[in-house]
Write a protein of this length. Sequence first.
Lengths: 222, 448
Amino acid sequence: VTIQQELQALRVHANRLCKLASEMQDAPLLARFAERIEALVDEAAWEGGVDPHEEVQPRPKLDHVGIAVRDLGEAANLFGELLGGRLVAGGTNDAQNIRTLHFAFAHGGKVELLQPLGTGPLERYLAKRGEGLHHITVLVDDLAETLRRLEAARYEVVGEQMYASGWREAYVSPAVANGCLVQVVQAGPWYGHERADVTVEAVLDDRWEWVGQVPRRRGSTS
Amino acid sequence: MQRVLVNAYSEAADRQNLEQRVQRAVLQKVIEAEATVPFYRWFYARHDLRPDRLESIAEFRERVPTVTKADIVHFQRTTGALNYDSRSRQLHLTSGTSGAGQEQHVRTQGDLAALGTGGAYEFLWAGLKPGDRVMLTMPYSQTMAGPYFQAACEAAGVVPINGFAATTEDRLAQLYRFECHGLVLTPSHLHRLTQVSQESGRRPSVDLASLHAIFLSGEPYGLEWAASMSHYWGARLYEGWGATQTLGVAMATCEAGSIKTGASGNLGRGVLHGLDHRCLIEILDPQTGRPVADGDTGEIVVTTFRTSGMPSIRFRMGDQVRRLADSTCDCGRPLSCYEAGTIGRLDDMIKVRGMNVWPSAVDEVVLSAAVADYTGRVFTDENGRESVELSVEPRAPVPDQAGFANELSAAVRKRIGVSVQVKLLEPRSLQEVQFKARRWRDDRVVLR
């Protein structure tokens, strides 16, 4: 994650904080703090070269569908070479023992291909169900609010987690979601930035790792 | 000299990327100003300008009208629409005593966050480090020089030592007491401070080793004078240029400082860099409105990107500067370049003790009395203070000369805010003016 991505993420969070604080009737002092935080973040972002007019993608949004595959190279050929998807990210998730490739299509469609590298949940999933749709991911502005709505409607939500990068996620079980695992995510705008230097060959050759929902060249810090 | 990078995103940027960024910022600022600032809505309607139809910086330069102080003052006086709303956090007043009035600049929280950033470049380029102490001497009032420098200290992480309310002697003592690393003041005041320091027997180049940067602003100065100051204080001179309309510093010298010494010991002017990612600086021929060539002098016209309460969009500053080629400075930054030490007023305004004095304002008072003509002189007195002397030729012999002089002096002071000495001359002792009167002479030491 670059400092510009962090600053852009901070801008979005500060803006949200400002709106929330200004809507409170009984905390004008907090609203002033929020306003000052937002102004300072905006100034820092400007000095950091962040374009303040860069649009933040509207949410909620269907970010991608995840497909479990046995041979990542073969699937990459189908979704990339033959169907015209553009590789935008990918890498090996050592913690989950999987390797992934993300192909974007025109007007926002995105496919995440997932291959297990050994034992683990994805390997068990493939053994039980075979290749196919593994999950869909919906990006939301406010995960807590979305979860409140789901729980109020008696949908069971599992696996709620928050990571250091600011990525927050939870899942709606396929048992109650029409047979589909739904990943609900709140992330800063740093998420989803295209990495032009990632290639299928490099990912398959294990030269990229997948850390904090972004690709990172092995051995580097960015 | 080693380049001091303060922000690689602006100083090591590719010039083409910087220009693209500037174009986006300029076009967006015009649209935003027309939508949110009453003055610009009124002004652009009068000029039949549709900001949303501008597509390039070339169109911006061609079609967006320049704004003068008089335009804003007229609008604020006649409509009363000052853009006060719940977003207002401060009101800044320009410091003019020209008779053209002082326009108000509403500042939002966003503006305040940007208040000190430009000044931070000036301080950090000069090598100040977090925790260093900097004496500020600019006044605190609705005219904002003091608060701008205070904010610059905050942005740079340096500690302000506020000497604005102290006497010259106390400031000198505090410089030593706090072992200051930097000193911010006008050339005139530096001259006065130096005189007081010399009289007290101090040798700052030896006994104030912490001081290594003196930041000048507000007035032009001569090279020999500057070199002597640098030598006496054992500190490099730096310079910043800015105003209320630019929300503080918009040009600053880099680590190379404001005077250069060649291999053979010859002195030369340093370079002021435009903070081009924060404002668009145009140097225009005041007669034609066209950009001047490198090496030529023209009026500074600014468009600020980091102001929203009252942005300046193609604002004619009334200051003139010599534009230099972008590559003039050895530092290699992709920033526009201007000659240091020479920024002065395009009109005949003279800055005396930090106050803007227009000779036309003095004319109004003196020539409305029983006076045939007069000449004015600004000079440095024996105590190093800036003084103003008027040599006045009465129309007829005056019986009570002292009373006449005192009365005139008081009237002038009331009008321009600066004390003047009035010396009466014999009738017909001044040469008759045949063309444009040039009554004023500037004999201040700092110009040598």
